[in-house]
Design a protein around this ligand. Structure first.
Ligand code: URA
Length: 216
């Protein structure tokens, strides 16, 4: 899934990502550090990134392993990605907050504000994903301000800052309602063609820019 429009990324991207991962692992900026076992920075592809998945925050298994979506929700996610023809190793997976909220409660506003300002926004700036897929209401609201999942899932949206956002349900939602598995699956299956369109649009913009430069 290499980018066609070839935005060149810094050769030391891996070391820059490792550096912010290390900062997350030692972070004490909010109360969530007090109860964590491990911070969970993110995993997956970093160079020429097409797709970043953003969940809410680590659960118990993720807190133990230091990796996102490795518990029951992760297994649902894996099967849904596979059925959509998406390879987990080609995607960068992370969360809004990087430390587990106690009892899996929703992260509080100040936790979201601090963690995203210091870490998620930095990850996005470095990795420049072509598309961000939000998993669940917390990530949808963070990027778009929208709170209505039923209305906004399965659609290409724009973040407040102009990033391409595709929103769907959180994988754990299928444990509350099995019918959501099909909805989640149908949404995920749209991603490859959305990526194709975004690549095509970038390619057209590159050409227009190139022609503009060569005639000016
Ligand atoms: N739920 C999330 O939102 N993220 C994880 O990493 C695991 C479960």
């Amino acid at each position: 899934m290499a980018k066609s429009g070839a935005k060149s990324q810094s050769p030391d991207l891996a070391s820059q990502i490792s550096e912010i991962d290390a900062r997350m692992k030692n972070c004490t900026l909010c109360r969530l550090h007090e109860s964590r076992t491990n911070a969970v920075p993110g995993t997956g592809r970093i160079a020429d990134l097409d797709l970043m998945l953003v969940g809410e925050g680590p659960g118990r298994n993720e807190d133990h392993e230091g990796k996102p979506f490795v518990g029951a929700g992760g297994r649902v996610l894996d099967s849904i990605l596979e059925a959509a023809g998406l390879d987990r190793n080609e995607i960068y997976i992370t969360n809004i907050v990087k430390c587990r909220p106690p009892e899996n409660r929703k992260p509080l506003d100040d936790e979201v504000e601090t963690c995203t300002a210091y870490y998620l926004e930095k990850q996005i700036e470095l990795l420049e994903p072509r598309l961000i897929c939000t998993l669940g209401a917390t990530a949808l609201e963070y990027f778009t301000g929208e709170t209505n999942m039923a209305k906004n899932h399965g659609k290409l949206l724009r973040s407040k800052r102009g990033l391409a956002i595709f929103s769907t349900y959180h994988p754990a939602a299928v444990f509350r309602s099995n019918s959501l598995r099909e909805v989640l699956q149908a949404d995920m299956k749209k991603i490859p063609s959305i990526l194709e369109k975004l690549r095509e649009r970038e390619y057209q913009q590159d050409i227009a820019e190139f022609v503009g430069k060569s005639t000016s």
